[in-house]
Design a protein around this ligand. Sequence first.
Ligand code: SAM
Length: 278
Amino acid sequence: ETPAPPVTDKLPPVGVDPTRASIARVYDAFLNGKDNYEIDRTVLKQVQEHMPSAQELAFENRGFLIRVCRFLATQTDIDQFLDLGSGLPTAENVHQVVQRLRPEARVNYVDNDPVVLAHGRALLEENENCRFVNADIFDTKSILENEEIRSFIDFGRPLALFQMGTLHHYNGPREQPKAMMREFIDALPSGSYVGLSHFLDPQNEHSTTARDAEDAFLHSPMGSGTFRTHAELLELFDGLELVEPGLVRCADWWPDGPQLKSLTSAQRCIAGAVGRKP
Ligand code: SAM
C-alpha cells in the first residue's frame, strides 16, 4: 500500500489560492508567522516602503486584543465571546487567554478564510467550549441569524463581541461600518461588551504616513486597509459606554508597563476601545 503523502504547511489546503493574498495570511506575515505565502509577504513589503514600522500595526492590535480578553475575564462576568474575524491561530488566542482565567468560558470564532477554518478546526477539535463558524462578518444577518452561533452563544445573556482589526478590511461604502455596528450593538443584551480595533488616521504629522500606508494596502494584492479618524471610529461605538481610557491608540490602552520609547508611526496608527452596553 502506498503511504499517504506527508502533510506539510507547504501544501495549501483545498480551496486556497496561493497566487492571491489573503487578509488572514497577510496578518500572519505581519506577525512573523509561518502560515503565509510569498504573495502575502509582498503586501507587507509594499506597506513597509511607506511605513517601516508597519508590523507594529499587527503587534499592537494583537496586544490590545489579549489585554481586552484579560480585562473581560477578570473584571467582568462575561463568559461568552463572539470573535468576528478571528484570524489564524497564533501564540495567544482568545480562548487560551480567557479560559486560563475562566475555564468554562465559551469562545465562538468566526472567519471566512479557508486556511483559518482548517487550522482553527484542527486546533479546537479537543476544546468543547470553542467553536469555529464560517460566515461573513460584514453581513450582520449572517451572524445574528446564524443558527450555529445561536446554538452556542446565548443572546439572552451578556456576551463580548469582538471586531478586532477587521472593519478596516471592509471595502464597501465608507459609512457602512457604522450601520453594521449599530445592528450588532442593538442585538446585544444589556451588560454586553464590544471590543474593536481599527487603523487610525491620527490627523497629525503622522497622517501622511497613514495615507501612504493606506494607499499601499489598497493597491497591494490584498486590496483593503482603510484608515479612519478618531471621530469616525467613535461612531462605531454608538450606544455604548466606553470603558476607561476610552478610544485611544492600542499602545495606550492599559499597556503592560511603562512606555520608555517614543511610539513609532505604526503604533500611532492603530486604535481601539472597549464599550459596555448599558
Ligand atoms: N481578530 C484577529 C486579531 O485581531 O488578531 C485577526 C485580525 S485579521 C487582520 C482579520 C481577519 O478577518 C482575517 O482572519 C480575515 O480572514 C477575517 N475576515 C476579513 N473579512 C472577513 C469577512 N467578510 N468575513 C469573515 N472574516 C473576515
